[in-house]
Design a protein around this ligand. Structure first.
Ligand code: HEM
Length: 438
């Protein structure tokens, strides 16, 4: 298979560090849909065929574990929490966390998400079309929603410490990912010291949250309660909480930000959202965590399309436990496979006019759903998918009921920046005009 040679590797690493998204696009244009990288000792394969992606993530998932560089970097912060853990531990953790995301429970936490969305709208308060950076408000609402929904009805000071410490820790994961050489944890580099201190803060914050919750008779049916009742030790509980905050807020914040940008750029699509929201308000129906797709089908299609164009989880990776065959090529045990929803969602043969924002693709049942994987596929599918989609519908409905969004004069789209999730570099400045409907 054609791909970069060992001589190219220094350049490859530089490009990956500088702008991984552009680099992925260039590699695909140059070499095709299956690209091997000659990393010494670790065969690496970029896989951009939907059938192969499904084979690795779903069909033969048993052979493909999360023992990869990506997930080891994450595990330096989250420990072996649900997102980074590999089988066989993973399934026990998934079973413990699953009830926190059951439908009944999701419908009940809708109220918490509405409250977080109200705060976001108040923090954006503008009067006459001022230009504001919406990214910080959106990040705050996502952090609040995850905190309120998963481990405290109202955010106590302790829960807030936990949230912010996890958010800081997430930025260290990004820096770890950029390090060219993995430096052993014991070496006192500035990054290792900051990581150790972040973990200490998280351990303290968890211990306080747990002490508070254990004073109550039962844990409660939120994630924290389920973890308290599960018999996991404090360290494992810390790892699960940090995992949920890291996995659950930047991803949602990034999707919300891109969706707002796309709507500001497309007034006709936005007018359709406004019409849908006004009709719902006239029926005095609150947006539901679970029924939002039936209530607001156009808004749901807008979110689907935003997640296609800007999938926050831009790359996932797996490592083979045994040999396998990918697109007719033998791959040895220990091969790392990289799958990029970003690349797959932009394949012109799968998505006509792939860079165009066309939510109507998702109103059409024949949309190429099998090549759409913003939440992953198979057994490791995102556990927070329904929660995230419900939360986005509620927050977007709240913001768009209150405001009309426009791009400011002299608009140029912010460039996408790949961090834990893909964000608009430098935030997102939009003009917000109150609509008089709250
Ligand atoms: C897994 C994306 C929101 C928690 C995943 C995976 C993707 C993803 C692609 C699979 C990773 C892989 O296979 O390697 C997203 C996106 C979100 C989102 C795009 C928002 C738009 C959330 C939320 C939570 C969450 C809100 C929790 C509150 C998790 C966890 C896993 C996961 C714990 C690991 C599940 C397992 O392995 O069993 N997510 N996610 N995510 N996500 Fe999400």
């Amino acid at each position: 298979l054609p791909g970069p040679t060992p001589l190219d590797m220094a350049k490859v690493l530089r490009s990956v560090r500088a702008d991984p998204l552009s680099y992925l696009g260039r590699v695909r244009a140059q070499y095709g849909e299956l690209v091997p990288f000659p990393v010494p000792g670790v065969p690496v394969l970029l896989v951009n065929e939907p059938d192969d992606a499904r084979h690795v993530l779903q069909g033969n998932a048993r052979n493909w574990t999360k023992r990869t560089v990506q997930y080891s970097a994450l595990a330096r912060v989250t420990g072996p929490g649900l997102l980074a853990s590999a089988e066989p531990d993973w399934i026990a953790h998934r079973r413990i966390a699953a009830p926190a995301f059951h439908h009944q429970r999701l419908e009940r936490i809708g109220e918490q998400v509405h409250a977080a969305a109200d705060d976001a709208v108040s923090s954006l308060a503008t009067t006459r079309g001022e230009v504001v950076d919406v990214a910080p408000a959106v990040l705050q609402v996502a952090l609040d929603a995850v905190g309120r929904a998963l481990f405290a009805a109202d955010l106590s000071g302790r829960a807030r410490t936990m949230l912010h410490a996890s958010d800081d820790a997430a930025s260290l994961v990004v820096r770890l990912g950029r390090a060219l050489l993995p430096i052993p944890q014991a070496v006192p580099t500035p990054l290792n010291l900051r990581l150790a201190s972040a973990r200490r803060r998280l351990t303290r914050a968890t211990a306080e949250l747990l002490a508070e919750r254990r004073r109550a008779a039962t844990g409660g049916d939120d994630l924290l309660g389920l973890l308290v009742d599960s018999g996991l030790d404090d360290e494992a509980i810390r790892d699960e909480l940090v995992t949920m905050v890291i996995a659950g807020h930047e991803t949602v914040a990034a999707s919300l930000t891109w969706t707002l940008m796309l709507l500001a750029e497309h007034p006709e699509a936005q007018a359709r959202v406004h019409a849908e929201l006004d009709a719902l308000a006239d029926r005095a129906e609150p947006v539901s965590m679970l029924r939002h797709r039936a209530q607001l089908p156009w808004l749901a299609a807008v979110v689907d399309e935003a997640l296609r164009l800007f999938p926050p989880a831009w790359v996932v990776s797996r490592r083979s436990a045994g040999p396998d065959v990918i697109s007719g090529h033998d791959v040895p045990e220990g091969t790392t496979v990289i799958i990029s929803p970003w690349l797959l969602h932009r394949r012109e043969d799968l998505w006509p006019d792939p860079l165009a924002f066309r939510p109507e693709r998702f109103l059409d049942e024949r949309a190429a759903r099998s090549t759409y994987l913003p939440f992953g596929l198979g057994p490791r599918l995102c556990i927070g998918r329904e929660f995230a989609l419900g939360e986005m519908a509620i927050v977007l409905a709240r913001v768009l009921s209150a405001y009309e969004l426009r791009t400011p004069a002299g608009w140029t789209r912010p460039r996408p920046q790949a961090q834990v999730a893909v964000h608009p570099r430098g935030g997102l400045r939009l003009a917000l005009t109150p609509r008089g409907r709250l």
